[in-house]
Design a protein around this ligand. Sequence first.
Ligand code: PMP
Length: 374
Amino acid sequence: MAEQWLSQRTLTFDSSGIRKVFDLAERMERPINLSIGQPDFDVPEDAKRAAIDAIQQGKNGYSVTQGIAPLRERLQAEVAQRYGHADRGVLITSGTSGGLVLAMLALIDPGDEVIVFDPYFVMYPPLVSMVGGNVVLVDTYPDFRLPVDRVEEAITPRTKAILLNSPANPTGVVASEAEIRAIAQLAAERNIVLVSDEIYRLYCYDEPFFSPAEVNQQTLVLEGFSKTHGMTGWRVGVAHGPTALIEAMTRLQQFTFVCAPHPLQWGALAAVDIDMEATRTTYRRKRDRVLEALGERFEIASPGGAFYMFPKAPWGNGREFVDAALANELLIIPGNVFSRRDTHFRLSYAADDETLERGIEMLLRLAQQGGPRR
Ligand code: PMP
C-alpha cells in the first residue's frame, strides 16, 4: 500500500474543508459561488498579448533562476523608489506561494517557532510544519486587529519569524499604520524576521496600503501578480528583502521550482504598466454593497481590503451554518478551515453582481430562518 510510504509531514495537515466545497460546486447546476479566492476578471489584454508574443518568439526555455532581467530590474527600481533601502534584492518566484515555500526553507530550522495570526491563510501552518517549524498561533478574534501585546507575550528564545498578511485572507481586515509600525519595530528590536505577505496590496479601500518594510528594513516582502492582475494560473510572484536572504532563496529556487514560468514573466512585465485603479474601484463598490446588505444581520469585522469578509455565523457554529448554505447551493467556506475556532465563515465578493445579489438574498434568508434544533 502506497499509504505506508507517506511521510509524517504529509499526514499532519488536511485540506478537506475547502476541497469539499469545491467538489460540491462541480456537481451543482447553478451554484451561488462566493467561495473563490481569486479575482473574477480576466488577465488584462496587454499582458496576454505580451505572454503570447513571448511564446511565439520562442521564449519557452528556462529563464535564469532569479527571473528575466527586464522584469527584475523594473521591480528592483520600483522597490528602491518605494523604500530607498541600500540592501534590498528582488527575486521572481513561482507565485506568491513559491515565495512562501522558499522563505520557510531559507529561514526555519526544525524547532524554530513562527508566529501566525489566527485566522490565517490556509497554507501558513502546513508550510511551517513542513520545514519542521512550530506554529505559534496568536488569536485575533473578535475584530482581527493586530494584537501587538499578545505577539510580545508569544515571543520565546526560539521565535524565528512572524508571518503577517494585510490586507488579510480570510478576514479582509487591513492592519492600521500604527499596528504595522508597532509589529515592525517589535520584530526589529527582538531580532525576529518579519515576513509580510502583501499579495492583496492593491485592494485597500479605506486607507492607503502601508508596508512594514517602510519601518523595518529587514522585512521580507512577498507579493505577486495573481490577485492584482487576475493571473492566479500564471504563477508569477515577487519576493524582496535583505540580499543575503534573497540570495539564499534564489539558491533554493534553483533546486526546486527552477524559475517562474518563463513566457508568463514577459506577460507580467507588461502587467507592471497597466493601471489597475478601475479594478480597485470595482471591488470597493462590491465590498460596500455586500457590507450594506449584510451589516445589520451579521457581525462583520471591518473588511477594509482584499475581497473577503469573515462574518460570524448568525446561529450554530461555522460548520453548521455553511452546511445549511451548501444545501441551498450557496458556496462559502467554514471558518475552521482558516482557524482553530469554528464560529465564522468566509465569503469572497470577487464575483459578478448578479451572483452577489443572489448570495446576499440567500444569506439573509438563512440568517432569518435560524438553525437546526438542538
Ligand atoms: N498569500 C495569500 C494571503 C493568499 O490568499 C494567496 C492565494 N490565495 C497566496 C498567498 C498565494 O498566491 P499565489 O497564487 O500567488 O501563489
